[in-house]
Design a protein around this ligand. Structure first.
Ligand code: SF4
Length: 670
C-alpha cells in the first residue's frame, strides 16, 4: 500500500521504545507505560540489535510472515527469559519502533523486518541501520527515520513523505513512494512510473563501478559514479532452504501460482543451512517445520527449473557460497542471492551481495534489479603473511581497525596490491566472505594469474580467455570514498575477536579484535573449524598442519574439548579423504562433519549447550546466541586447531608441538 503524502501518528496506536532497561520494555509491552522521545536520550536505547535477536533461526522455520510476527524479538533474552513473549509485539498495538545505533546488524534475514511489519509496525526509528536491513525495510515498505523524526511525530507534526526519501537515490525514492518493491515493480511493468537515467560521463572507475556500468541496458559504454541509481541485469543468483520457501510464497502471492522466473539456468537452490538440524536436541521440536521448508524448496525448484543443489542421501553438496565460487560465479558477474555471505563470490573478481527474499523474488521474476552505485574502499596489500598468520587474522585486523570506525560501512572493499599474489584463492575468499561482518556492501579481489590457474583447475574445459575478457581492474585515478589503505601483511599477528562483556554493555561482535598473545589464559570447551569462511581446502590444510604435528608428537585433543571440523563442500570433503587428511583427524579425535552450515547457524554439531561453555571458532560472526548460548571467540583455522590440543586459546607457531616431553606438561598426552 502506498504511504500517504504526509506521515502522522495514528490516534490510538502506540510507539515502542527499545530501551537498554529491560523493565521499561516489559512495562510498555504490558500497556502500563507510554514513553516519549523527549523523556529519553538516544544512549538510553538499545544499539546493535542484530537480526538474530529479532528473529532467531528457529523463528525463520516458519515461512509465512504472519506466523513469524508472532515471535518477533524472540531472541532478546534477559536473565534466561524471553523479553518479548509470543504475540507481545502484535498485542501491543504499536506502529512505530525506536532503537539506538546500527539497527539490524548481522544476518541479512528479511524475516526481521517482516516480524515488525506483520506486527503492525510501519515506521522504524534508529540512529543508523545496517545496510541490508535498511534495504529490507524499503522492500517491505517500512519507513525509516531518526530520533528527530519520532520527536516531531510525537509532537503532533505531520511529516512530508519526501523527508523519508531524503538521502536515498532517485529509484529507491520511487520504491519508498510506491510502498515497497512489489508495488514498485508492478507500477513499472504497467508503465505508471518512469525511471530516471543517470548521465554520468566518462570517468575512471573502480572494479565495482565497472561491473555495474557494464550491466546497464542500452548501448554503451556506460559510466557510473557513487550515488547513481541504475537498473542492471543480474547474471545469476541462488537461495537456500532457509529462504527459498518465502521466495516461492511471495511470488505465488504476487503473481499467482503459474509465475515464471527469468533465466532459471542461471539460478540455483541449495540445501545447506538446516541439513544437520536433526542432530541438535533443541531443534528437534522444529523438524516438521524444517521439513516443510525443504519441501517448499523442492516445489520451487520443480516449478521454476532452477539448478538443483539439494542434498543427496542426506549429505549437502556444500555451503552455497563455497559451491557458487567453485562452480557458478564468473569474473565480471553481478550476482544476487538470499544470504549475507553472497559477497564471498567477489573472490572470483565478481560483484556479489546478499538481498532479502522480497528483493530476490522480485529480481528473479523481472530479470533485473535497481541499485545505488556504492562507494568503494581500497585495501592495498603488501608483503607476505608470517607463518602462523592467515587471511582470517587479516580480516580480524580490518574488522577492528577499519570496520569498527565504520570506514567500510556500505562500501565495496576492493582488495589489490602485490600482497594479493602471496595469498591463495581460498585465502582471498576469506577476505571477501567477511565483508558482511565489516558491514560493507561487498568485497572484490583483483584477478591475476592465480585466479586463472584456480578457475582452470576447478572448471576443466572452461574458456579462460573468455573469462579474462570479462574481468575488471580499477582504472588509474579511480575514486575511493573510503580511501586507500595500505596493509603490510608481514606486520600482522594471530588475532581473535572476543565475545564481549555483557555486564559492561560490550556486545559480542566480530569487531572485538585482540592479539592472541595478549588475551591471557582462556580455557575452551569447543573448537570448531568450518563454515563458508573456514571450510575451504586451504583451511582444511591449515587444520591438518596443526593436527598432524600434534598427533606426531603423541598428542590427542585436550581432555574435555570437543574438536569438530566441517568441510565447506563435497569437493573439499573428497580432497580431505583422498589425501589422507581425514585419517589424521580421526587419529587425533577430531569429529569430522559432512559439508553444510551446521553449528555456524546453531543448527548442527558444534553448538554450545550452556551459557558457561566457551568456543573458539573459525566461523565469521560471534553474535550472541548464534551458535548456542555459550561464549564464542572468533579465530583463524590455525588458532582453532592449536587451541583444541592445548585446551585454551593458543596461537599456532610451527613446531610448537614438537617440543620435548619435559616442556609439555600442560598438554594432554595420547
Ligand atoms: S556457514 Fe554460516 S555464515 Fe556461512 S552461509 Fe552458512 S550459516 Fe551463513
Amino acid at each position: 500500500m502506498k504511504p500517504p503524502e504526509t506521515i502522522r501518528l495514528t490516534p490510538g496506536k502506540r510507539v515502542l521504545f527499545l530501551t537498554k532497561d529491560p523493565e521499561l520494555i516489559r512495562r510498555q509491552l504490558r500497556g502500563e507505560l507510554d514513553l516519549r522521545m523527549e523523556d529519553l536520550k538516544v544512549e538510553d536505547l538499545l544499539d546493535d540489535i542484530n537480526t538474530d535477536a529479532m528473529t532467531p533461526a528457529w523463528v525463520c522455520f516458519s515461512h509465512r510472515p504472519e506466523d513469524i510476527a508472532r515471535d518477533a524479538y524472540a531472541g532478546l533474552i534477559v536473565d534466561g527469559k524471553r523479553l518479548f513473549e509470543r504475540d507481545a509485539l502484535i498485542n501491543g498495538n504499536f506502529e512505530v519502533i525506536v532503537s539506538g545505533y546500527r539497527k539490524g546488524v548481522g544476518s541479512s534475514r528479511e524475516t526481521a523486518v517482516q516480524a515488525e511489519k506483520w506486527s503492525g509496525i510501519r515506521i522504524a526509528i534508529a540512529a543508523s541501520f545496517a545496510p541490508i536491513h535498511a534495504r529490507n525495510n524499503i522492500s517491505q515498505g517500512v519507513l525509516m527515520g531518526d530520533h528527530e523524526v519520532i520527536h516531531r511525530l510525537q509532537a503532533g507534526e505531520g511529516i512530508p513523505l519526501e523527508e523519508f526519501c531524503d538521502g536515498w537515490d532517485p529509484i529507491t525514492r520511487i520504491v519508498i513512494r510506491q510502498g515497497g518493491l512489489f508495488p514498485f515493480s508492478k507500477a513499472l511493468a504497467a508503465g505508471e512510473i518512469e525511471l530516471p537515467k543517470p548521465h554520468t560521463g566518462p570517468r575512471p572507475m573502480t572494479m565495482a563501478e565497472k561491473i555495474l556500468a557494464r550491466h546497464m541496458s542500452g548501448d554503451g559504454p556506460h559510466y557510473v559514479k557513487p550515488g547513481d541509481a541504475v537498473v542492471v541485469s543480474v547474471d545469476g543468483g541462488y537461495s537456500h532452504e532457509f529462504t527459498t520457501a518465502q521466495v516461492h510464497y511471495f511470488l505465488e502471492q504476487e503473481y499467482g501460482p503459474d509465475y515464471k522466473v527469468k533465466n532459471p539456468a542461471k539460478l540455483a537452490v541449495f540445501e545447506d543451512h538446516l541439513i544437520y538440524a536433526d542432530e541438535v536436541p533443541k531443534m528437534r521440536v522444529f523438524l516438521d517445520k524444517i521439513e516443510t521448508l525443504r519441501q517448499l524448496q523442492r516445489e520451487f525448484q520443480a516449478h521454476t527449473g532452477v539448478r538443483n543443489f539439494s542434498a543427496q542421501n542426506g549429505v549437502s553438496p556444500g555451503i552455497c557460497h563455497e559451491v557458487a565460487r567453485e562452480e557458478l560465479v564468473e569474473p565480471g558477474d553481478f550476482i544476487q542471492a538470499t544470504d549475507s555471505h553472497t559477497c564471498m563470490g567477489g573472490v572470483n573478481n565478481a560483484l556479489a551481495w546478499g538481498v532479502g527474499s522480497t528483493e530476490y523474488a522480485d529480481l528473479i521474476y523481472q530479470g533485473f534489479t535497481q541499485v545505488e552505485v556504492p562507494e568503494s574502499i581500497r585495501f592495498e596489500l603488501t608483503g607476505k603473511l608470517q607463518p602462523g598468520v592467515t587471511a582470517k587474522d587479516l580480516m580480524l585486523y580490518i574488522l577492528l581497525n577499519h570496520a569498527r570506525p565504520q570506514a567500510t560501512l556500505d562500501r565495496v572493499m576492493e582488495f589489490a596490491g602485490p600482497g594479493i599474489a602471496t595469498l591463495s584463492m581460498d585465502e582471498r575468499a576469506t577476505l571477501t566472505n567477511m565483508a558482511t561482518e565489516c558491514a560493507a556492501k561487498t568485497a572484490i579481489v583483483i584477478a591475476d594469474d592465480e585466479t586463472w590457474r584456480w578457475l582452470a583447475e576447478w572448471r576443466p574445459g572452461v574458456d579462460i580467455e573468455r573469462l579474462k575478457a570479462r574481468a575488471v581492474a580499477p582504472d588509474e585515478g579511480a575514486e575511493y570514498g573510503g580511501g586507500i589503505h595500505s596493509i603490510d601483511l608481514s606486520s600482522l599477528r594471530p588475532m581473535v575477536a572476543h565475545p564481549g562483556d555483557p555486564d559492561h554493555g560490550v556486545p559480542s561482535d566480530p569487531t572485538n579484535g585482540a592479539w592472541v598473545d595478549e588475551i591471557g589464559d582462556v580455557p575452551i570447551d569447543i573448537a570448531y573449524g568450518g563454515s563458508c569462511t573456514a571450510g575451504k581446502i586451504d583451511d582444511l590444510i591449515f587444520y591438518h598442519q596443526v593436527v598432524k604435528e600434534a598427533v606426531d608428537a603423541g598428542l590427542k585433543v585436550a581432555p574435555g574439548v570437543r574438536f569438530m571440523i566441517q568441510c565447506g563442500s563435497r569437493a573439499v570433503e573428497r580432497f580431505v579423504w583422498e589425501n589422507g587428511l581425514a585419517d589424521t583427524f580421526v587419529r587425533a579425535g577430531v569429529q569430522l562433519i559432512h559439508p553444510g552450515c551446521g553449528a555456524c547457524i546453531g543448527c548442527g554439531p558444534g553448538v554450545s549447550e550452556t551459557a558457561g561453555e566457551v568456543t573458539v571458532s573459525a566461523i565469521n560472526r560471534n553474535y550472541k546466541g548464534r551458535s548456542g548460548p555459550g561464549k564464542l571467540w572468533l579465530a583463524s583455522p590455525l588458532t582453532v586447531a592449536a587451541s583444541a590440543f592445548t585446551g585454551k586459546i593458543t596461537a599456532y607457531t610451527p613446531g610448537m608441538f614438537q617440543k620435548t616431553a619435559a616442556e609439555r606438561p600442560a598438554l594432554s598426552p595420547a
